[in-house]
Write a protein that binds this ligand. Structure first.
Ligand code: SF4
Length: 481
């Protein structure tokens, strides 16, 4: 009985799942369907066309529309919708010849199934999201961890083979789903163990504990002192820029010294690094400058009269985004008392805020393309790896430039917002699917042992399509918009 049911279906062999698909239905990944007894890729092959008008126009394309001018540098057959050749015993779905600047060039086009992949997420905020190495969860499953923060940004490392395949089925499925949605540009809610809840969406402002982040910090506290010290001189006696990493004090800082800024007798809690630069003035948090404080005076020790403290001395305390600022005057007991901020100092606080860039989330897809898919490119896979590493072969994902890590293999990283819409898919193994193109001189392609007999012109591809269908769509590349 089961066998008869199977006979009525046809098998998709584009990934190890090997779905049996009934006529009119699609397989488990929604990427392939049975159309009248033929396995067809549901999305059209995507050709990037620079000649399209601004605005990323997408239009269906019929071979009959073609004016015969699809050639050269204006058009690029991308891997989006190209299909896969699992398990790569045959040439890649499309191997395209083009003439670029008078040179004969080949682009090998495929949709790669990446079991080894993940995303690196950069979140522009100085707010503390979680301890380094803290687990990051999506829908309760651990999908990654907090990694080393960068200048003005918190970083997450999500996905990777251990989460996709090394844990429970549910962890693998949830990880794959979170990665897919992030790569597709959707908003994904993440919970950090012992830290914040953050909503991440590529190219959009992060939302931390329900609050949208507006600004990336202008720099660390020390950098802010360097940038603005001369503007404060003559208007205030002391400035402290509160920062979770490096809190700056203008009277002690080198920038203050070169301006002959007098000592004030201020004393800061925390660990003094170099003059005017203090580490660990408070714990990390979501208060002033990424610390856990709401009252900046808590980072000060009693002032020293013999070092210059005096009643009437004025003090500006400000955070690295200008989001928090307060003005104080020392009373007769040398205790700072809040006072109204002078206009000229308010203008400098506003300038800090103006100098902050908008806070964004960046999602970089990172994956290993050094496996069996190389056989779809050449019969001698290591030659492709060497050619990529030497810079002879250019690697792109959906036409977007990638960064290839030096060293062994083809480990690439690409900004998902630079790729055409609909670039990413998945298979339930679980793994992500992403477009991949290798472009190199035709002569080099032959030398590498490439499948030269499978090379086709763009015109031929537009006219006849490929193994999995003939629909074509033309879009303007994101970089050309
Ligand atoms: S999951 Fe998708 S690619 Fe894999 S066999 Fe099924 S339909 Fe084909």
């Amino acid at each position: 009985m089961a066998d008869r049911a199977r006979e009525e279906k046809i098998r998709c062999d584009a990934c190890p799942v090997m779905c049996y698909i009934a006529d009119g239905k699609v397989g488990a990944c929604d990427r392939y369907g049975n159309v009248g007894g033929q396995i067809v890729r549901c999305d059209p092959i995507t050709i990037l066309d620079r000649r399209l008008g601004a605005g990323g126009e997408v239009r269906p394309f019929l071979a009959a529309d073609w004016d015969g001018s699809l050639s050269g540098e204006d058009v690029f057959v991308s891997g989006v919708g190209a299909g896969t050749t699992y398990p790569d015993y045959k040439p890649a779905p499309f191997i395209v010849s083009r003439e670029i600047a008078g040179a004969d060039t080949v682009t090998v086009v495929t949709e790669a199934i990446f079991s080894y992949c993940g995303v690196k997420v950069k979140i522009d905020t100085d707010r503390h999201l979680g301890e380094e190495a803290a687990a990051v969860r999506a829908e309760g499953e651990v999908v990654g961890h907090v990694t080393t923060s960068e200048y003005g940004s918190q970083m997450l490392s999500l996905g990777g083979v251990d989460h996709l395949t090394g844990g429970s089925k549910s962890e693998g499925r949830t990880t794959c789903d979170a990665l897919l949605r992030l790569c597709q540009g959707a908003a994904v809610d993440l919970d950090i163990d012992g830290g914040a809840q953050v909503t991440v969406q590529a190219g959009c402002a992060p939302i931390v504990n329900g609050k949208r982040e507006e600004r990336m910090r202008v720099g660390c506290g020390s950098a802010a002192i360097g940038m603005f010290a001369s503007q404060w001189q003559g208007h205030v006696d002391e400035v402290v820029v509160v920062d979770d990493h490096i809190t700056g004090v203008v009277s002690e800082h080198q920038a203050g010294k070169v301006l002959d800024w007098p000592d004030t007798g201020i004393r800061i809690k925390g660990r003094r690094s170099t003059p005017g630069r203090y580490f660990q003035v408070a714990g990390p948090g979501r208060g002033w400058g990424g610390t856990d404080i709401d009252d900046p005076l808590t980072i000060l020790n009693p002032w020293l009269e013999k070092k210059g403290a005096r009643p009437g001395l004025t003090l500006l305390m400000v955070s690295t985004t200008g989001e928090h600022a307060a003005y104080y005057i020392l009373d007769d007991d040398l205790v700072p008392q809040p006072a109204e901020m002078p206009e000229i100092l308010q203008a400098s606080v506003d300038l800090i805020a103006q100098n902050c860039e908008p806070a964004l989330c960046t999602v970089m897809f990172q994956a290993g393309a050094g496996g069996s898919l190389r056989s779809g490119v050449t019969r001698n896979p290591v030659l492709l790896t060497r050619s990529v590493q030497s810079g002879e072969t250019r690697v792109t994902c959906g036409g977007a430039d990638v960064y290839v890590w030096p060293g062994g293999g083809i480990t690439l990283m690409v900004d998902v917002t630079a790729m055409p819409e609909g670039s990413f898919g998945y298979v339930p193994t679980p793994a992500l699917v992403a477009p991949l193109e290798f472009t190199l001189p035709r002569e080099a392609y032959c030398r590498l042992g490439g499948h030269d007999d499978a090379v086709r012109s763009v015109a031929d591809i537009v006219e006849k399509g490929g193994e999995y269908g003939s629909d074509v769509r033309m879009v303007k590349g994101k970089r050309d918009e």
